[in-house]
Design a protein around this ligand. Structure first.
Ligand code: 4NP
Length: 167
């Protein structure tokens, strides 16, 4: 890994910050801890919407993640203007999140930090379908699909961090 003074700061973003982005934060947290990179990588998550601010992660998301040994933590918060300064990468779950984040950013530098999480999954990147579908109103399988997508993408993200390819 490249020598850096500052940790890499990653913000995972979805709509409500109760299903997909806490799942991504928890998943990446496990990978970062397993890699011994807790000092090098900082993680947080947020939502573009405010309906669930202060809520714990969705029980269905929490149960699905627990089934894979991943604990979901924290309470929902909304994306803030300062996030575009404070984080190195803002990792959106779907294209509607990307649109909203680009609208919220106050500068082109901030907008350039917004990426789709699944861009970091090489296998998905080739297919062109890079959304992590919103599981909130769907059947229970949706939460397993979220985990499949998120685990693949976070593994790719970790590889890029290790290779010093971020920044
Ligand atoms: P998330 O899921 O964006 O993955 O946290 C959702 C949570 C709540 C709602 C939509 C999506 N909602 O409409 O309340």
């Amino acid at each position: 890994m490249q020598e850096r003074d500052e940790p890499v700061r990653l913000l995972f973003v979805c709509l409500g910050n109760i299903c997909r982005s806490p799942t991504a934060e928890g998943t990446m947290g496990v990978l970062v801890r397993e890699a011994g990179l807790e000092q090098e990588v900082e993680l947080d998550s947020a939502g573009t919407g405010s309906w669930h601010v202060g809520s714990e992660p969705d029980e269905r998301a929490t149960a699905a993640a627990a089934g894979r040994g991943i604990a979901l933590e924290g309470t929902a918060r909304r994306v803030r203007a300062e996030d575009f300064d404070d984080f190195d990468l803002i990792l959106a779950m779907d294209l509607s999140n990307v649109d909203e984040l680009r609208r919220m950013a106050r500068s082109e530098t901030g907008r350039a930090k917004v990426r789709l999480l699944r861009e970091f999954d090489a296998a998905s990147a080739e297919t062109g379908d890079l959304d992590v579908p919103d599981p909130y109103y769907g059947d229970g399988d949706g939460f397993e699909r979220v985990l499949d997508h998120v685990q693949a993408a976070c593994a790719g993200l970790l590889e890029q961090i290790r290779a010093g390819q971020l920044r």
